[in-house]
Design a binder for this molecule. Structure first.
Ligand code: HEC
Length: 446
């Protein structure tokens, strides 16, 4: 309780510090005006500003001390800031006293004291800024010197070179965690800028355990309810998305927290999500297809669920939920024609689509995954699909497909998986054997 109150009051420190800075600087300007403008009457104003400056600096120092008790600040920087802060208080007090009794001291002494006061003020301010914003806050965007490396992800020659940690997880940490977990600002003693520093863990020890996502503090922190005290990122900062959490879990669990594990080892969906985020050399990014969001919104209104698979290619995953279809699937399908080349995944399961509708679906020339299970579809409809030269996965569970329908499908050379539960086709027939021999995974329910 008392601790909370101290933290509450202490948090006014960053606001309050602007007062002494203002008072002490204006005192110096008044002094300059007094001397160079030959206005001896200004001395009163100099005195008064220095007095206000000293008192407000004292208050700032006390508030700062209270704030430091809440912890989470880089110790070395904090020590310097604290000493410099109290030095500022003392020197400004001396400056006030010397100025007030100027006739007793030499003018020179007065100027020297004021000079030291500004110096102490600058040092305090600089280290204070580093404490709140990180050490490179001032210089990160300076036109001179080396820009901080790695503000952007590294550039890759091809997707296959991508590593889960370096190319996917680190950019996430960079944008969502490193404002508080980096050198100069290691909250919880945790530095998330590299694998090595992450391995060192935080004030409570390791933050991840290879192959055990559940016991990993890192995962616990990001999956807690938002309002939990331990939730990360703290202070209401933008939380990780579902996908970001999934890849973090995948990396620790399946990737065994290996910093070099390839993105290609991850699940298909993770790859699809991560791909457009990579920085691939001169790659497809250049010809990014613009996605007509207005049209997508209209589709969503009609009941479709649309998801962007890749911003590079504009690839879409379109689902027509069976309850949204309301026996009007053929009508609704027409609305997809303007974006037919962008539909890579399509699900029409249980929507009542019929053979004639598949003629339309066959025009979606980039289709890679198609789900038309549990529909009154027969061989004649299925044969129209044979022109889908990129189709990799087809789900025909619960349709009227028969052996002769398989004939047409064997013309789709890209096909990798075929689902045939609840159909009249026997898993032992020659056609199925042949497809299996050609490398197609044919799945029956039993
Ligand atoms: C606004 C600042 C802030 C941001 C942003 C932030 N953290 Fe933290 N983090 C803290 C503070 C403060 C602590 C120490 C207090 C605590 O343990 O809750 C901490 C502690 C932790 C700890 C525990 C370290 C230990 O050993 O006790 C982990 C793990 C952690 N953060 C992970 C993350 C991750 C992952 C992100 C990005 C998704 C993140 N943090 C973003 C402020 C932040």
């Amino acid at each position: 309780m008392i601790q909370d109150l101290i933290t509450f009051i202490g948090r006014f420190h960053p606001l309050w510090v602007h007062l002494p800075i203002g008072f002490l600087i204006i005192a110096v300007f008044f002094k300059a005006y007094e001397v160079f403008g030959k206005r001896p009457a200004m001395q009163e104003a100099v005195n008064f500003s220095l007095l206000l400056g000293t008192i407000s600096a004292l208050i700032a120092a006390v508030l700062g001390f209270m704030l430091s008790q809440s912890g989470g600040y880089e110790d070395d920087l904090l020590d310097i800031h604290l000493v410099a802060g109290w030095t500022t208080v003392i020197i400004s007090g001396i400056a006030w006293w010397v100025n007030k009794n100027e006739p007793r001291f030499s003018k020179k002494l007065n100027y020297i004291v004021l000079g030291f006061m500004i110096l102490a003020l600058s040092v305090t301010g600089h280290f204070g800024g580093s404490l709140t914003h990180g050490e490179d806050y001032l210089t990160a965007f300076a036109p001179f010197g080396e820009k901080q490396k790695e503000t952007k992800g590294r550039v890759l020659a091809k997707v296959e070179d991508a590593e889960v940690f370096t190319d996917v997880i680190q950019p996430v940490f960079r944008s969502k965690c490193q404002s508080c977990h980096r050198p100069g600002k290691t909250k919880g003693d945790l530095n998330l800028v590299s694998y090595e520093t992450m391995l060192k863990g935080g004030e409570n020890g390791p933050v991840f355990i290879a192959a055990d996502a559940e016991k990993s503090e890192l995962i616990r922190r990001v999956t807690l309810p938002y309002d939990h005290d331990d939730f990360m990122p703290a202070e209401g900062k933008k939380p990780l998305t579902e996908e970001e959490i999934q890849i973090l879990i995948w990396w620790i669990a399946m990737g065994k927290a290996d910093p070099k594990v390839s993105l290609m080892a991850a699940d298909e969906e993770i790859i699809a999500w991560a791909k457009p985020r990579l920085n691939i050399l001169g790659g497809e990014k250049m010809i990014a297809v613009s996605i007509d969001t207005v049209h997508l919104k209209a589709l969503e209104k009609m009941g479709f669920r649309v998801r962007v698979l890749s911003h590079e290619s504009g690839a879409l995953d379109v689902v027509l939920p069976s309850d949204a279809a309301k026996n009007q699937a053929s009508e609704l399908l027409k609305a997809l024609l303007p974006i037919k080349d962008q539909i890579y995944w399509l699900s029409l399961a249980g929507t009542g689509v019929q053979d004639a509708d598949l003629n339309q679906v066959a025009q979606f020339s980039n289709l890679q995954r198609l789900r038309i299970e549990n529909n009154p579809i027969s061989d004649s409809g299925i044969s129209s699909l044979k022109i889908l030269s990129k189709l990799e996965s087809l789900n025909l569970n619960g349709t009227k497909v028969s052996e002769s329908g398989l004939e047409a499908l064997s013309e789709i050379h890209s096909l990798k998986s075929l689902y045939l539960w609840n159909t009249v086709i026997d898993s032992k027939v020659a056609k199925v054997e042949k497809m299996k021999a050609e490398g197609v995974k044919v799945v029956f329910g039993n």
